[in-house]
Design a protein. Structure first.
Lengths: 286, 332, 654
């Protein structure tokens, strides 16, 4: 709590990010109060440009873009969030374990990781979606995305750890008798976490991007509103060609805001956690 | 000599294992697709012409025979390796009897050309800009660049590509709509410039997005390094800013970046499906995509092998060059 | 200070991007001013734009420069029409039989075990050799002896012996009586294409032979292709008058025909606005509206509403898996679902009013309406279903056409007032929208409603139906969401499972669905009276259980119908010559059987926005001049394309 308060006080980027995240969550929670069901059609006039009645306009099927967006963001956050959580946490464990252990363990683990890395992910996703005969729902998608996003990041984390391990301060710490766990926690993680956070944001984005790609190819459940399926249907009813940009703008701008917010928070967090900048800041505020 | 034994050979063995497992997995997974290739062929035939049901059973047998799908899965697997060592990827089943290698040869150069170029450009551009921005984050100019990249980065590739097509081939019809070049392949200026003209929009869409990604990564890495002691010392020593960026900052952030570059370059063989769909650009991605739907095992495997070997080799090269890039890492 | 930086930089970014996006929004008129101003065509070939007719290529080819179209492989429509030929065609618009390589219709012996063909003289291959009986005999024997090639097993099954009597007469001796043997040589979409004996007899392995250089029997020959499969260029033969397309139309056709695969609907609309596409097969409704707006010279079959070509011989339906034990395996339940649908709402709000409705499993085209819909009208009006014991109900509603016309008037479209013209525009009639009767039917079958008005199955569980659908098949998707909305109003939850086209058809063939929105099978028709092609595969001898693919058994019975009455109709039909009087009666009997059992809910006929841009070329058939089929991608499209001619004056650059 104190960290949050500190951050809020001292960090503009964090404040901005937090506000946007708050807005996003507000939007998501609004979905529970939506006057329409997520899948209902013909409830409002079709193809209306944004106006006071429909602040983000309406779709070709007579849905209100604003309320649709609340559902879409909820579902997409869920899918991408779950995927990142699954993927990155396993990746961190795997990557750092492999990096610290070194030797035989590292070699065996890296062989396994490499065998999965070499198989291209998008074709694999397409393949799996065909094998399950299109029965890939949101949860299944999240799991699958999470699983596919373990190996490549773990490789990045491993090389980051390798590089940290060889730094001077590690040796200093070892000589001063710090135990391994403490070295990792106190000396390495402050360097590692900023990288991890920036990387997690990219993982989040990858998951959203993959969800969109699969939706565009028509390979996931298109009946549930997500950012991907909103784009799919906007495009399906030719929003660009018929110049009804609002249908596509809403999900696209929505996803930009989400990612930017997470990015701002992640950079400010990492700056905050970085031991040196923290010292400086404390010095300045006292 | 010792180095060879203790490091190189095991690493190469690891490469062999990786490729072997990767290919084996790709051999198995497509065979889980419901419905076999013969049924796919029959259904695509049947959707266009009326097949006489009285003659379908024998057609089915004849096709199964032709496609070489008789025998157990294990026999097929052994046969596959035998063929592969002779450099034969077998016939495409959806376009029988066209050899898979012929389909790949037509698409692969386009994919590899486009993706390699744009990866290299965006990698260098992203790192250059990201490092500078990370080193002097307070400048207004870098603030703007930073915000711009952050805002561009989340745009779905498909949407960016579609907008480029709409703007530059519809509202302002400057760029061609289809293909990778005009006319017959020659070494003439017209042909080469047409390749350039056709690839500009697809490449732009790729470069913009991956530069944004690279920029963000580079900036994050630089921020941590810029605050480190040695950079501090260098600053106190009054070294020029460029010197610091080049020799202290970039060098210390290079390792993960090179790893990523290697893997991204290795991955160019898996194709750029969205690019092919949105820009009607030639390449291997669409063949692979259709191969999946047609249950064309040979084609899926054939294309994926390039990808598997490509990425595995890139990873090998990256690993072997770690010590060159970062003197702190030693072969062990 | 820092706050200001952040805000300023954000403002700049947001400002720039909104200027950019507004930039594209406010340019609606630009295409017309810029696209035709440059004389340099951006087509990928070096042929003057005025000499090449650019046609929508439906698929991106995975193999090019391989003209062995006798191997089962990726479909390559339009190619076959330009470079291949066979004995007969049926014009899909007029229903007229066309004698092409044959000079007259086939002659059978009494018991249909022998067919004699007379060939046309003076038709030449593009290398200057005349087409004769030798080629026909060679082709049949060649295919017969290479099982796995197209039509090989069919020819192997039926042909005992094929012989030439003279250069222009061939006799087929058949293993089994078959009054429809000539169908293998008669084109609807395609048929057995002829091989030049003088080329193929030298070939060791006809299966791997690429037939390149191509020797063409059509009016065009191969000129160039994109190795990536996006386009192909064909050049008119100098001796085009020595081909059947040239002889029968006496028209020369464009000097070059180019087929280009542009991709999705929006890309075709863009290409047409740039005048880089002269003819396309289809786009979705929204893209078509954009075409009308952006390309004033473009038009489809009708000059104005309802625009689209309505006579392609196929139809859409909602089907139910009858091979599974569900509540849907009860015809009264299927009737209830039918009566809970509002066809006028479906056809207008979801399809845009641009297709003909049809209540029977037969496309409603002008010719087939004469043969089937009109004669069945009286029967439909008097047809009754039993709601409860002894309680009968007339479900047919012939006011549908008029109500669609009224809707069209509210949209400010011009529609004819004449009832018979309206029938031609919107179809004959459909089933009533009667929720009360639908409700009674369900109640009688043990269904109940819960407090929210939702239906519970006889076992007391909430009733939901799961339907598979492929959104890229635009009409079946839009009909499905229509059904979802309408059945929801009736208290029934329809769950749609959206699938990509290929997994969708696999599930269809394997019978892995509860309900499906689909097309084809019994709802497709031929341009003639004969219903045999679309129903023969429904015979129970080809029945394929759920879990096995109908693609592998050749059955077209994806709905898993089993009916003795249907078998006997099919058996009798199979023995008759297609021109026998009884053929129509049997077709009608089949349709009555279908309706009584409501095997599937047939909704509308096919419609396609076949669209030409008359900027460079004209002469394509239209509703005002329907002399020939506009289905250029069918084998018979050869004759259509031959009629295309340059406009007298290309519109000046705007």
């Amino acid at each position: 709590m104190k960290i949050l308060r500190d951050l809020f006080k001292h960090h503009l980027a964090f404040r901005a990010g937090a506000v946007i995240v708050l807005l996003v969550f507000l939007l998501v929670s609004l979905s529970f109060f939506s006057p329409y069901e997520a899948t209902e059609r013909r409830v409002v006039p079709k193809n209306q440009a944004p106006s006071l009645n429909h602040i983000l306009g309406t779709t070709a099927l007579g849905q209100d873009v604003f309320w649709l967006l609340t559902f879409a963001i909820r579902n997409s956050l869920m899918v991408a969030g779950l995927a990142v959580l699954i993927g990155r946490s396993i990746a961190v464990l795997l990557g750092s374990f492999s990096g610290y252990m070194g030797g035989g363990v590292d070699k065996v683990l890296q062989s396994i990781v490499d065998s999965f890395i070499v198989i291209p992910r998008l074709p694999l996703l397409i393949l799996i979606s065909v094998i399950v005969k299109g029965g890939l729902n949101l949860w299944g998608l999240a799991l699958l995305l999470g699983f596919l996003d373990i190996f490549w990041p773990s490789k990045r984390y491993r090389s980051q750890i390798l590089s940290l391990r060889e730094r001077e301060f590690t040796y200093t710490a070892v000589f001063s008798g710090m135990n391994t766990f403490n070295i990792i926690l106190k000396e390495h993680f402050p360097f590692f976490i900023p990288y991890l956070l920036a990387d997690a944001v990219s993982g989040f984005l990858w998951a959203i991007g993959m969800e969109i790609t699969l939706a565009i190819l028509g390979l996931c459940d298109l009946t549930r509103p997500t950012i991907g399926t909103m784009i799919y249907w906007g495009n399906y009813y030719q929003a660009l060609l018929s110049q009804r940009l609002w249908v596509l703008a809403a999900p696209v701008i929505g996803s930009i805001f989400i990612v930017v917010a997470f990015y701002l928070i992640s950079t400010s967090l990492s700056e905050y956690l970085d031991p040196r900048t923290r010292l400086k800041r404390l010095g300045a505020s006292q | 000599m010792n180095l060879l034994k203790s490091y190189l050979l095991p690493r190469i063995a690891q490469w062999v294992i990786t490729v072997f497992i990767g290919i084996t997995v790709t051999f198995i997974i497509p065979r889980l697709i419901p419905g076999d290739p013969v049924e796919r062929t029959l259904s695509s035939l049947g959707s266009l012409q009326t097949l006489d049901p009285r003659a379908v059973e024998s057609l089915k047998e004849a096709l199964a025979d032709l496609y070489g799908l008789d025998g157990t899965q294990f026999d097929q697997y052994i046969n596959f390796w035998k063929r592969l060592f002779k450099g034969d990827l077998g016939p495409s089943l959806s376009a029988f009897p066209t050899p898979v290698i012929e389909i790949i040869a037509k698409g692969l150069p386009w994919t590899v050309g486009l993706l390699t170029t744009s990866t290299l450009i965006s990698w260098s551009l992203g790192i250059a800009l990201g490092t500078l921005a990370g080193y002097s984050p307070k400048r207004l100019w870098w603030q703007i660049v930073d915000k711009a990249f952050i805002s561009i980065y989340p745009i779905p590739h498909y949407i960016l590509a579609l907008i480029l097509v709409m703007v530059f081939s519809y509202y302002f019809p400057i760029f061609p709509l289809v293909g990778g070049a005009s006319g017959k392949p020659t070494l003439s200026w017209t042909y080469i410039s047409s390749i350039f003209e056709h690839s500009l929009l697809p490449a732009t869409s790729l470069i913009v997005l991956s530069t944004a990604f690279r920029f963000i990564m580079a900036k994050a890495l630089t921020t941590t390094v810029a605050g480190s002691d040695y950079v501090g010392y260098a600053e106190t020593a009054g070294l020029s800013k460029w010197r610091i960026v080049l020799f202290y900052v970039i060098q210390n952030t290079m390792l993960p970046q090179v790893t990523d570059l290697g893997l991204s370059l290795g991955a160019v063989f898996s194709g750029a499906l969205i690019i092919e769909i949105v820009f009607s650009y030639p390449g291997i991605g669409y063949s692979l995509y259709m191969g999946v739907f047609q249950a064309d095992f040979n084609l899926i495997l054939g294309i994926t092998i390039f990808s598997i070997v490509g990425i595995a080799t890139a990873a090998l090269i990256v690993d072997l060059s770690y010590p060159l890039l970062d003197p702190r890492v030693r072969y062990k | 200070m820092k706050i200001r930086f952040d805000i300023i930089s954000w403002l700049i970014v947001v400002g720039l991007s909104s200027v950019l996006s507004l930039g594209c929004k406010d340019q609606p008129g630009t295409t017309e001013t810029t696209s035709s101003s440059s004389t340099k065509s951006q087509l990928p070939v070096d042929v003057p734009r005025q000499d090449v007719f650019v046609v929508d290529q439906i698929f991106r080819y995975s193999i090019v420069e391989n003209f062995n179209l006798w191997m089962p492989g990726p479909p390559s429509p339009t190619r076959q029409g330009l470079i291949m030929d066979t004995l007969w065609y049926i014009d899909q618009e007029t229903g007229e039989p066309i004698n092409a390589l044959a000079s007259r219709p086939p002659v059978y012996n009494e018991d249909f075990t022998q067919m004699t063909v007379k060939l046309r003289s003076g038709v030449y291959w593009s290398d200057g050799v005349e087409f004769t009986a030798d080629d026909l005999v060679f082709t049949v024997n060649n295919l017969k002896s290479h099982l796995g090639m197209n039509w090989s097993t069919e020819l192997d099954l039926f042909v005992k012996k094929v012989e030439k009597l003279d250069d222009y007469t061939v006799v087929f001796d058949l293993n089994l009586p078959n009054p429809r043997f000539h169908y293998y040589f008669e084109v609807r979409y395609n048929a057995v294409w002829m091989q030049p004996k003088h080329i193929w007899q030298e070939v060791e392995d006809p299966m791997t032979f690429k037939f390149n250089p191509l020797v063409s029997l059509g009016a065009y020959e191969y000129a160039d292709a994109d190795p990536a499969g996006y386009w192909e260029l064909f050049k008119r033969r100098d001796d085009w008058q020595r081909t059947t397309a040239g002889m029968l139309t006496e028209k020369e056709g464009p000097p070059y025909i180019m087929t280009i695969f542009y991709g999705g609907s929006e890309r075709k609309a863009i290409a047409m606005a740039r005048h880089e596409l002269d003819l396309f097969m289809n786009v979705d409704y929204e893209a078509f509206q954009a075409v009308l707006q952006k390309t004033p010279t473009a038009r489809s079959w009708y000059k104005s509403f309802p625009w689209a070509y309505p006579n392609e011989l196929n139809g859409r339906y909602f089907g139910f898996n009858l091979g599974q034990d569900t509540v849907l395996n009860n015809k009264q339940v299927r009737w209830a679902l039918t009566l809970a649908l509002d066809i006028v709402d479906l056809q207008t709000e979801y399809i845009g009013g641009v297709a003909r409705v049809t209540a029977i499993p037969q496309p409603a085209t002008p010719r087939l309406m004469e043969l089937y819909h009109d004669p069945l009208d009286e029967w439909l009006k008097s047809f009754q279903i039993e709601i409860e014991e002894g309680q009968f109900y007339h479900p047919y509603d012939d006011s549908v056409t008029e109500r669609i016309a009224n809707w069209a008037k509210t949209q400010e479209y011009n529609v004819p007032t004449d009832a018979s013209k309206l029938r031609l525009m919107f179809g004959t009639g459909w089933w009533k929208h009667d929720l009360k009767v639908a409700e009674r039917l369900l109640l009688n079958n043990g269904f109940t409603r819960n407090a929210n008005g939702q239906w519970l199955k006889p076992d007391g569980k909430l009733w939901t139906i799961s339907m598979i659908v492929a959104p890229d098949e635009v009409d079946i998707y839009r009909l499905a969401i229509g059904a979802q909305d309408q059945w929801a109003d009736f208290g029934l939850k329809l769950e749609l499972e959206t699938l990509q086209r290929d997994p969708y058809s696999t599930r269809n063939y394997m019978g892995e669905f509860e309900a499906i929105s689909s097309w084809g099978n019994a709802t497709s028709g031929d341009a003639t009276a004969d219903k045999w092609q679309s129903i023969f595969g429904l015979h129970s001898r080809f029945y394929t259980p759920v879990g096995k693919s109908t693609a592998g058994s050749g059955s077209s019975n994806t709905l898993r119908i089993k009916s003795k009455e249907m078998d006997s109709i099919i058996d009798e039909l199979d023995r008759l010559h297609p021109e026998d009087q009884r053929v129509v009666e049997l077709g009608q009997a089949f349709m009555k059987l279908w309706i009584e059992n409501m095997y599937s809910i047939v909704t509308i006929s096919f419609k396609k926005f076949v669209t030409t841009d008359e900027h460079y070329w004209t002469g394509f058939p239209t509703s005002e001049n329907p002399f020939i089929q506009p289905l250029y991608w069918f084998g018979g499209g050869r004759f259509t394309l031959q009629h295309v001619e340059p406009v007298s004056q290309i519109a000046p650059n705007r």
